[in-house]
Design a protein around this ligand. Structure first.
Ligand SMILES: [Ca+2]
Ligand SMILES: [Ca+2]
Ligand SMILES: [Ca+2]
Length: 191
């Protein structure tokens, strides 16, 4: 939910680059999970930098008394076009609650950065899930098997024998069942 909010902020400034990043990234992951990953990390860093600048701007805009924190009151004042409606104050309270990750009742830059990092984490997980889907065995849902690994690698233009695939899996097979679960796959990809 917060992530959509970020996009909205970016959209205000008509930042086309951001949209392209997403498209490119999605495409690359599909074509070649491995190569796409390194570039994706670089892009993510760039995006983080951009997002941080956006947040600093947002902070400056809302933080009227300059104490580095947006109070519900400051937020309400800037969203003033709807001021006076009781429901707005409720919305503002909810918004602060959502953005205030350390729970001190104010929205600070740290809160926003932390939320951004969480959103990035979630996105990484989604990417991993997508990648796992591709390697997933259609007969053994939820696992990568030597067979499914071989199939996927050959689709990527790397032909490996079943024996090689077995030993690749063995390397990251934490519970020794000869299969890669999503958890084991995640550990492997985080390496
Ligand atoms: Ca303030
Ligand atoms: Ca806070
Ligand atoms: Ca396993």
């Amino acid at each position: 939910m917060f992530y959509n909010g970020t996009n909205a902020t970016v959209a205000l400034e008509d930042n086309d680059d951001n949209t392209n990043f997403d498209d490119e990234r999605g495409g690359k992951v599909e074509n070649d999970g491995r190569r796409g990953r390194g570039e994706g990390e670089w892009e993510e860093k760039q995006r983080m930098k951009m997002a941080k600048r956006d947040y600093e701007r947002v902070m400056k805009y809302f933080d009227e008394d300059g104490d580095g924190k947006i109070s519900p009151w400051e937020l309400r004042k800037k969203l003033g076009m709807m001021e006076g409606e009781e429901s707005v104050m409720k919305d503002v309270e909810l918004l602060v609650e959502e953005l205030d990750s350390d729970g001190d009742g104010f929205v600070s830059l740290e809160d926003l950065v932390k939320l951004m990092e969480e959103a990035e984490e979630e996105e990484k997980m989604r990417d991993l899930e997508d990648a796992f889907e591709m390697y997933n065995d259609s007969q053994m849902l939820g696992f990568i098997t030597p067979n499914s690994l071989q199939t996927m690698l050959s689709r990527l233009g790397e032909s490996k024998s079943i024996h090689q695939c077995k030993s690749m899996i063995h390397h990251f097979d934490l519970n020794g069942d000869g299969l890669l679960s999503f958890h084991e796959f995640t550990v492997m990809m985080m390496h």
